[in-house]
Design a protein. Sequence first.
Length: 764
Amino acid sequence: MREGVSKRACAAAAALLLAGCGGGGGGGAGGPGGPAAVVTGLVVVQDEVARRDPRALGAPPESWSDQAGGARRRAALAHADWSIAGGPAGTTAADGTFQIGGLAPGRHALRITRSLAGDLVTATLPFAVGDQGTASVLVEIAWGETRSSSRFTHDGREVEEVFAPHDVHVVLEDGRIVELGDGTRVWEDPDRDGDFDRCTVVREAATCVVVEIEALQAAAPERLRVGERAYAHAALLLDDGSVLDVTSLARWRSANAAVASVDAFGEIAPLAPGSTEIEARLGDLGSGPMTLEVVARPPLRRIEVQNADCYYPAGLAGRDEPSLDARPPSPEDGIWAPVCRQVVEVGGGLRFVALGELEDETYDDLSEEVEWLVEPADLGSVDAGTFTGARAGTGQLRARLGEVASEATTVPVVDEPTLQAIYVYAEDGGVGLPIPGAVSPGDPADAADVLPCPSSGCSFQLAVLRGDDLPLRANGEYDTGLWRDLTGEVRWASSAEAVATVAASGVVSAHAAGDTAVTASLGEVTSSPLGVRVVDQATLQQLWIQQQGERVVARGEQRFFTATGSYDLGFGRDVTTEAAWRTSDASIARFDEPGVLTAVAAGDVAVWAELDGVASEPASLEVFETGELDYCDPASVNRATWSDGYNRVVLESDCARYTQPDVVALRFTVTESSSPGGIFDPCLDLYVYQGDVRVRTIREEGCGDPFLPDGAPGLDQEVLKYQLRAFWDLKDESGLPAPAGTYQIHGRFYLYYDPVVTLTVTID
């Protein structure tokens, strides 16, 4: 149970989610030291991301050198779209800066998006605003990692909050650690005496005990050669024996930045032969200096130019073993994995990597060091390995460093992309059954039942019941790596129209038992045939139901369900109208027509569907209705509230003071002030505490999956989403009367993180 959670703690679990503990504001651009009540910020990207599209980048302002210090070849992300969930939006300036006015003190979430050379850079990061509505915010984006730091004033203290990957964060006040989180727990120092006095769980199943920091420990290589990649690491040693990785929270320093630099994520860049000392600091803690010796790079043997979209990172081709053809996993934030392509559209970009093989048989990325040569020269230009097409034609690209030059690679530049292939698939995502000898990515290798294909070359076959409709879609792949939905543009054909026909929209209508092959064509390009077998009957094996909307519904309202059946021939179909719909208690909720449930009275009910002797797993639903409270003092209601940019949560009791054997009447209300958005699963848990001791559990329901979509325009009128009445009989868990004293009633409410609403009552 989370009690006494501050605004800082509630956002710790919200890191990298599309929400925060506040909202509001306006937009613009600027730098630190801006006008009052304005948040100023800067977005920078690491060099690996920056190389993808130099045109989208700029130089960060010198005024940010302190907060953005220690970066290795950072570039400002120019003209990136930013937005606050449910609030303002804007675009970064050419130097990567932005400005937001009117934000309330507390934590917020900033979403950044920018296309770089056809790939999407996206990140959602928490940041904090000070007492006067001001802060300076630095956003740093690397490959698959993001980091944000905020500096502001709170209660007269200088505060810095840093959020690093994996939800790790730290809060510094006047240079001292006052809050630390590892993504599952938050440790706080509320009296600012240097000792953590409180530990709070922010995720289920975590163990939370108060710990103290014993030391900040760091590690770094002792010797590197110029251009070699390496990382330093920093960790806090805690007195319970655990270790907390704070590499991306620490502030790194190199005594001789001309020899080597260290960025915010701990990456070391050896720049020139020599010696330097590297140190990590976190608040008033220091790791102590570590000596790094940088030596000269061995002589260069040869250079290989590789398409970065196809090899990342890679060894050299042409040896006994092929180059590593492995793309990195798609990260949650940062830059998406690229699509392998070689053709460039005029004005488009394609990134190449110049890999150098050294005499010691190691490899270096020389993309920023080599001279790039394009023949003919007017075909395009290269900046740090990114080729930009200037006119249509075919040319050669080479990389040269000193006396060593690469072999040429061919680069076609086109005015318009050319369609290469069309892929047909079922709109519902069904994979059908494999065809013998076919090559189809994703086909299950161990499928037991195989259907014949009526036409040679079928890679894939779907089964459908006679009388059913099967929506298909067609995707087109172009030589520049572009994909387009061509469903409404292609010419659909069925090889046996007596069996099934295909409408211009791609919907297959099954008429008679048999086999047919469906193709989609556009110009000279035709898809591989998709086999369709129409059957007169199939055996239902499993049944699933899915609810549209929240799992709570007000009395008198409706909820809509769909049912999907899985059959023995390997296909699924919508059976909503065919199934019989059931509820565990028709006095609480009933189905008046297939899939349409009407809430009748307050209570909990189970819902399921049945068809051909097969029943789905039941889904739970709660029906609620509004309830009035008779207040002891209507002029001064005992009430606690919590709100964000979407919702307002109210927990209230009929009185503030009670005597035995009174009963406390409670009401919990959720209203939505912005739509869409709002509540997916209220899941209210109510507990009675006296200090740190739980006295009574009033209601404990658990919680489903949280959900919050992208920001939407706000609505002025609040809409009731949920309301519940509950009671406490002034007894403890054992049934004995609770003694006189002050008690806290905690309402734990799950949205997209876990805020806590607390109400105080007194027993005389």
